[in-house]
Unconditional design. Structure first.
Length: 564
């Protein structure tokens, strides 16, 4: 994404810092339009920022360094004793803190090993733990540049490790200050993600009745409208022949609050993560689509062409048939997805881009499961400019949707967030960069929609999944309904004129599409129907069992729902 940008230069001091962490700097150069440069004490290269690794908060070289933004780590890996345990970190409302983190307290696995920093006159505390500040901002003073100082080592990437390995819900503080600092260095010259979007996803519910387990669809729609959120139902195509008319009517009447998305095909355990032959993969994905299309025709419903795979894991052999059949994106739980593909070499910054994609141009939507640390994951997604997709089951709707209200309130507190369907999230899978009258758009899905601001007269489209000088068709539809079709567009298209402000839709049709009706149907099996009947019977019994358990509790309070 960053090849077309003029890269800012970030100096590394001492020079050995470059050699020690080549994997880290390489990953950051993929993520940001930056170039990292090592230099010695007698050199004075032109730099836009400086990153230093030092055990002294005020190393002598900083007093003579150029007056540019500086980031200083006071800990080295050699000083790290490895005895860290998780502890809370309190973030101040400081501009150095990413917006979603300001004023919040979160737990990090390395927090207890961070020694407190020495605070000098004029220092501004950015984050602290029980023993004192661990991140401070030191404003510029006479003879010294402004700097951020942290009492933890810079991240280390070795072997096949990805940047995400040191930037996830349980372990993020080593990377967060550095990433935030680099974002500020880039400023408006970097890629800007699409406006923040969010969605809840509930796996498994059928539409046989107006409720499923602890979810009542009418109540869910009313609650979503009241608390400002959107809920998508991960609908199993196997259930498409058993749809209650009243249930379908609720979804048709509440498109702003409720939607449907494809959840596997038969909902067998890890069915989208198994290794199939190419014909078997195509048959499974096509069968799911045929079932959904028939349900749409019968009940006038719209189901998003997004694959929400069971357990959030999908095998790479599924990407080609999904793209060929017209699926626009897939939801994945990033950590589980990477564990399922240990031998695949993904980009060092995989899972951290604002506009994420899977091979073949299948849009990638990271999802967050409702667990005790969902809040940290949601903040990280907001910081990265990714959609905030919270996935759970019907049990998470317990206690009159109390958990959903808390999550929605937290996410809405991040700022301007649009709750919408997964289809809209998939079509907002882009990042933009403006250079005068030209707008560059990097897309992560084969179909996206984005606004063109005032003063822009041409756009250039980047499709990073196209490699090795390959070409693919490209269709650009402007706000005045002008359609420009380019049959052989490369990864970065030539500038395309646009008529001014408005919405532009970009479509990258697959060169060899497949009609689901022409794909042979897999051999019928009894087990998927038996398994589905058993799991639905279990889930539908939950409200009855919950009432019995509540009546037996001395305080009359129900137990909180648990994620199965």
């Amino acid at each position: 994404m960053n090849e077309c940008l003029k890269r800012k230069r970030v100096g590394l001091w001492p020079a050995a810092l470059f050699q020690k962490r080549q994997g880290l700097w390489g990953a950051l150069e993929q993520l940001f339009p930056l170039s990292f440069v090592a230099f010695g004490p007698d050199e004075a290269p032109r730099l836009d920022a400086l990153v230093a690794d030092s055990s002294d908060q005020s190393p002598a070289f900083l007093s003579t360094a150029p007056r540019i933004p500086c980031f200083v780590s006071t800990q080295s890996l050699e000083q790290w004793d490895g005895s860290a345990v998780a502890a809370p970190i309190e973030f101040e409302r400081h501009l150095a803190v990413p917006a979603a983190f300001r004023g919040r307290t979160l737990t990090d696995a390395h927090a207890s090993a961070m020694p407190p920093l020495r605070v000098e006159t004029g220092d501004q505390v950015v984050a602290c733990q029980a023993h004192g500040p661990v991140w401070i901002h030191r404003p510029a003073a006479e003879g010294a540049a402004a700097r951020d100082v942290v009492s933890l080592p810079l991240p280390m990437l070795s072997g096949s490790h990805l940047l995400r390995d040191c930037f996830h819900r349980g372990r993020f503080l080593c990377a967060l200050p550095l990433l935030g600092f680099l974002q500020r260095v880039i400023g408006r010259e970097g890629w800007r993600p699409a406006p923040q979007r969010a969605c809840f996803v509930f796996d498994d519910p059928s539409l046989r009745r107006q409720s499923y387990g602890l979810i009542n669809y009418r109540q869910l729609a009313l609650h979503a409208e009241t608390c400002n959120y959107h809920a998508a139902i991960g609908f199993i195509p196997l259930d498409a022949v058993w749809v209650n008319r009243s249930s379908a009517a609720i979804f048709r009447a509440n498109p702003a609050c409720l939607s449907l998305v494809i959840h596997g095909c038969n909902h067998l355990r890890l069915e989208m993560a198994r290794t199939y032959s190419s014909s078997q993969s195509m048959a499974l994905c096509a069968q799911a689509l045929r079932r959904i299309e028939e349900m749409e025709r019968q009940h006038l419903l719209a189901v998003g062409r997004v694959m929400e795979s069971p357990f959030g894991v999908i095998d790479q052999g599924m990407f080609a048939p999904l793209v060929a059949l017209g699926y626009e994106a897939a939801l994945i739980t990033t950590s589980q997805f990477l564990q399922h593909h240990p031998s695949v070499q993904y980009s060092r910054c995989f899972g951290l881009q604002a506009a994420s994609y899977l091979p073949g141009g299948l849009g990638m939507i990271p999802r967050i499961t409702i667990q005790p640390d969902w809040r940290t994951e949601a903040m990280l997604a907001a910081f990265l400019g990714q959609p905030i997709v919270i996935a759970g089951h019907h049990r998470d709707a317990a206690n009159d949707l109390e958990a959903l209200e808390e999550i929605a309130e937290t996410v809405n507190g991040f700022g301007s967030v649009r709750w919408c369907s997964l289809t809209e999230i998939s079509r907002a899978n882009y990042a933009t960069r403006r250079d005068g009258a030209k707008l560059s758009v990097s897309v992560g899905s084969r179909r996206v929609r984005f606004p063109v601001p005032e003063g822009v007269s041409e756009i250039s489209i980047l499709r990073p999944w196209i490699t090795d000088n390959a070409v693919e068709p490209l269709i650009v539809t402007a706000s005045d309904e002008t359609v420009r079709s380019i049959q052989n567009a490369s990864a970065e298209s030539a500038p395309v004129p646009v008529p001014g402000p408005g919405t532009v839709e970009i479509c990258s049709p697959f060169s060899n599409p497949v009609n689901a009706l022409e794909v042979p149907t897999p051999r019928p099996r009894l087990w998927p129907y038996v398994r589905r009947a058993l799991t639905e019977a279990r889930d539908q019994a939950t409200p009855f069992l919950s009432r019995r358990n509540t009546s037996r509790r001395p305080n009359g309070k129900a137990s909180p729902g648990k994620v199965p």
